[in-house]
Design a protein around this ligand. Structure first.
Ligand code: ARG
Length: 478
């Protein structure tokens, strides 16, 4: 590729360290598609004769077809995906293959390829995330009326509906989805035509190339175009945010599946056993989801540390972007799919949910609220309810187990109505301010969340259709 200026070939160990083909061969589709658009542009701009362009395009199309059929390039001795494609092309069509790299550098080429890759990755991720959100919304609708313990500090705080919990997760993941779509937009700028760093000395049709490749914009500054990997930072941060959310609720599930709680049970198909202890059924998928979030975050932070040290424009440090993103993609897509299956099939123990929701006097606030409604200052009402909790604790009964006289000692008006107020189902039913846990609200919100998922699915289809060139589209939802 650059032997003309050198007397020596690279040392084996230098090459082993610097070459990227073992990793970047994964983006062979992107490289071929971008080369195709570049060749067509060279033809339109009069830089290559049409015969050569035709030969190049036919050669690239044939190569792509072959590679797709066999699942991608096998590991050859090539330096990177770019030199692999050029060599394969030249072996097929001869000298015209050697004309392809006119008015292009690997610097603008690799930035283009990887932007295409990250656009596709963001859409694959959005697709998998929508699958998870659909499961969460389904579970929310099923459990709209299930009374469950609501925790703060991992202490039972107030009863909620389990559907409300699942919708809280949907909210988190809707924000993740917005970040993932933003990552698509961040990558959606075409740098091809920037050359090595300063542009090219020809009147080339950059808009046409961008359009053919599904980019909505072209880069404005050639130096920035080849130096910029902020789109990598954006997608890795989106991944770290998503993985962090998955980790957080995975931790809930690990706790909920433990003997002290027994609120849920993972399906056997999504559990693992122990080689020694015959009775064990472990929540390994949730645990691994928790751990993988840490490594995704580590990659995201490591990448930003890499990027901050690279002087403009290009440095080989930037080659590490593929290693970072591909690893995160593998971890996240496999993990997301497994945890989606785990939550879809987990069994919920509704009786245990209700039992635990009663532990620790979570109805005490009802007494304080009722006394406030009767005209007591809330602070005094709070103190009175606290005294009743202490009394119930000393008698070892629930608040409903207190005598009428215990209630009337606090306020003569208390005994009549208060027993109705202490029923858990009534408590959640009354939490009906917008955004509250009332079953009726949860059912409505689940419907609305489902509509938003459907809308996002349509939007995703549009982004695939308008934002990716044909050969890159099939990989969504495969
Ligand atoms: N394999 C390189 C990468 O992934 C391609 C660009 C190499 N450019 C260079 N000037 N060494 O970034």
């Amino acid at each position: 590729m650059w032997g003309g200026r050198f007397d020596k070939a690279p040392a084996d160990r230098a090459r082993a360290f610097t070459r990227s083909f073992p990793i970047d061969r994964r983006m062979y589709r992107e490289d071929i598609v971008a080369s195709r658009a570049h060749a067509a542009m060279l033809g339109r701009s009069g830089l290559l004769p049409q015969d050569s362009v035709r030969a190049i395009i036919e050669g690239l199309d044939g190569l792509l077809e072959e590679l797709v059929a066999c699942g991608g390039p096998s590991l050859t001795d090539d330096e990177d995906i770019h030199s692999f494609v050029e060599r394969e092309l030249t072996e097929r069509i001869g000298e015209d293959g050697r004309r392809l790299h006119f008015a292009r550098s690997r610097n603008d080429q690799v930035a283009t390829d990887f932007r295409l890759y990250c656009k596709g990755f963001s859409l694959r991720l959005a697709d998998a995330l929508l699958d998870l959100m659909e499961v969460l919304v389904t579970r929310a609708a099923e459990e709209a009326e299930t009374v469950a313990p609501g925790f703060t500090h991992l202490q039972v705080a107030q009863p909620i509906t389990l559907g409300h919990y699942f919708l809280a997760l949907t909210e988190m993941h809707e924000r993740d989805l917005a970040e993932v779509i933003r990552a698509f937009s961040a990558a959606d700028v075409c740098p091809l035509g920037s050359g090595a760093l300063s542009g090219v000395p020809y009147d080339i049709d950059r808009e046409g190339v961008a359009e053919e490749l599904g980019f909505s914009q072209i880069s404005r500054n050639s130096l920035d175009a080849v130096a910029d990997r902020d789109f990598v930072t954006v997608i890795l941060n989106a991944c770290a945010g998503l993985a962090g959310h998955l980790s957080r609720w995975s931790e809930d599930l690990v706790v909920w599946a433990s003997p002290g709680y027994q609120l849920i049970r993972f399906d056997e198909a999504y559990s693992t056993g122990s080689s020694m202890l015959p009775q064990k059924q472990n929540p390994d998928i949730a645990e691994l989801t928790r751990a993988r979030a840490a490594s995704v975050l580590g990659v995201a932070v490591g990448w930003q540390a890499t990027l901050k040290g690279v002087p403009l424009a290009y440095g080989l440090d930037l080659q590490e972007d593929k290693r970072a993103v591909f690893g995160v993609e593998d971890d996240l897509l496999v993990g997301l799919s497994a945890i989606t299956g785990a939550i879809a099939t987990a069994t919920i123990d509704r009786a245990r949910m209700a039992d635990l929701a009663r532990q620790g006097y979570p109805e005490a606030i009802e007494i304080a609220d009722y006394l406030s409604e009767l005209g007591l200052p809330f602070r005094d009402a709070h103190a009175a309810a606290g005294r009743l909790v202490r009394l119930a604790e000393s008698k070892n009964v629930a608040l409903l187990g207190l005598d009428d006289s215990d209630f009337s000692d606090v306020d003569a008006r208390l005994p009549g109505e208060i027993r109705n107020r202490l029923d858990l189902r009534g408590i959640v039913d009354r939490r009906s301010s917008y955004g509250g846990t009332a079953p009726a609200l949860v059912a409505d919100e689940a419907n609305r969340a489902r509509q938003r998922i459907d809308w996002n699915r349509d939007r995703l289809r549009e982004l695939v259709r308008d934002g990716l060139p044909q050969p890159l589209r099939g990989i969504i939802g495969d």
